[in-house]
Unconditional design. Structure first.
Length: 238
C-alpha cells in the first residue's frame, strides 16, 4: 500500500510538470516576454507615460487651420497690446492694427487741438495783462494799446474798456480749457478705437446674415368655422 501511494504521488507530480510545460509553450510561442524586452531595450517611465509625438511641419499646421476655416494670413491683433501702444504713443494702436487710414483723422485732431490751445492761451494772457493794467489805471500801457484801436479808446469810457477786457479774458480762458478737454477727448477716442478695432478684428460678418420678408397664409378658427387670412412672415438667417 505504501508503494502504491508513493507511485501515485510521483505520477501526479510528473503530470503537473508536463501540464505546466505545455501551458508555458503555448503562452510564449513567438518570443518570450523577457526576450522581447531585451531586444526592445529597457522601458523608462518617460516612454511609458509620454508617447513619442511626430514633429508638426508648417505645411501640416497650415492645412489644419484651413480645414477648420481659419486663414493664417489674416492679421488678428492683440487688444491688450493695441491699447497699451495707443496709450504710450498717440496713434500707435492704429498703426499696430494696420488701420493707417485713421491716422490722418486722429493726428489732424491732435494738431487742431494743439493749435487752438496755443492760440487761446496766448490771447488769454494778453487780455489778462491788459485787464490788470486797466484795473491799475495804467491806460498808456502797451498791453492795452496793442489790443484795442486808439479810436475805440478815445470814444469809450474806462469802465466799459475794463469790462470788455474782463469779458474777453474770461472768454479766451474758457476756450483754452475747452481746447484741453478736446485734446484729451481725441486722445481717449484713439485709445478706445484701438481697443475696439483689435477686439472686433476676428468678428465673423458672414454673408448669410440676412432678413427676409415674405407673404404667408394664417389659419385661424372662430367658433366652428376656420378662417384664413393673409399676413407677412419675417425670417432671420444666422
Amino acid at each position: 500500500m505504501k508503494l502504491k501511494g508513493f507511485t501515485y504521488r510521483w505520477l501526479m507530480a510528473i503530470l503537473l510538470c508536463l501540464t505546466e510545460a505545455l501551458m508555458l509553450n503555448a503562452y510564449g510561442q513567438d518570443i518570450p516576454r523577457a526576450e522581447r524586452r531585451r531586444l526592445q531595450g529597457p522601458l523608462t517611465d518617460s516612454t511609458l507615460l509620454t508617447p513619442e509625438i511626430p514633429p508638426i511641419s508648417p505645411q501640416m499646421l497650415e492645412d489644419s487651420l484651413q480645414k477648420v476655416g481659419v486663414n493664417s494670413n489674416v492679421w488678428i491683433p492683440n487688444p491688450t497690446k493695441a491699447t497699451w501702444l495707443a496709450i504710450v504713443i498717440p496713434g500707435g494702436g492704429q498703426i499696430y492694427n494696420r488701420k493707417y487710414w485713421k491716422l490722418p483723422i486722429f493726428y489732424g485732431g491732435f494738431v487742431g487741438c494743439t493749435y487752438a490751445l496755443n492760440w487761446n492761451n496766448r490771447m488769454y494772457k494778453d487780455y489778462a495783462n491788459a485787464y490788470k493794467d486797466a484795473v491799475n489805471n495804467n491806460w498808456s500801457s502797451s498791453n492795452i494799446t496793442d489790443l484795442l484801436p486808439a479810436s475805440y479808446l478815445r470814444r469809450t469810457s474806462h469802465n466799459q474798456i475794463t469790462e470788455v477786457l474782463r469779458k474777453r479774458k474770461d472768454m479766451y480762458r474758457k476756450y483754452r480749457d475747452l481746447s484741453i478737454f478736446a485734446f484729451v477727448g481725441v486722445y481717449l477716442l484713439s485709445v478706445v478705437d484701438a481697443y475696439i478695432d483689435a477686439e472686433l478684428s476676428n468678428f465673423d460678418i458672414s454673408p448669410d446674415l440676412s432678413m427676409r420678408l415674405e407673404p404667408t397664409l394664417l389659419n385661424g378658427a372662430t367658433g366652428f368655422k376656420s378662417k384664413q387670412s393673409v399676413g407677412v412672415q419675417c425670417s432671420f438667417t444666422f
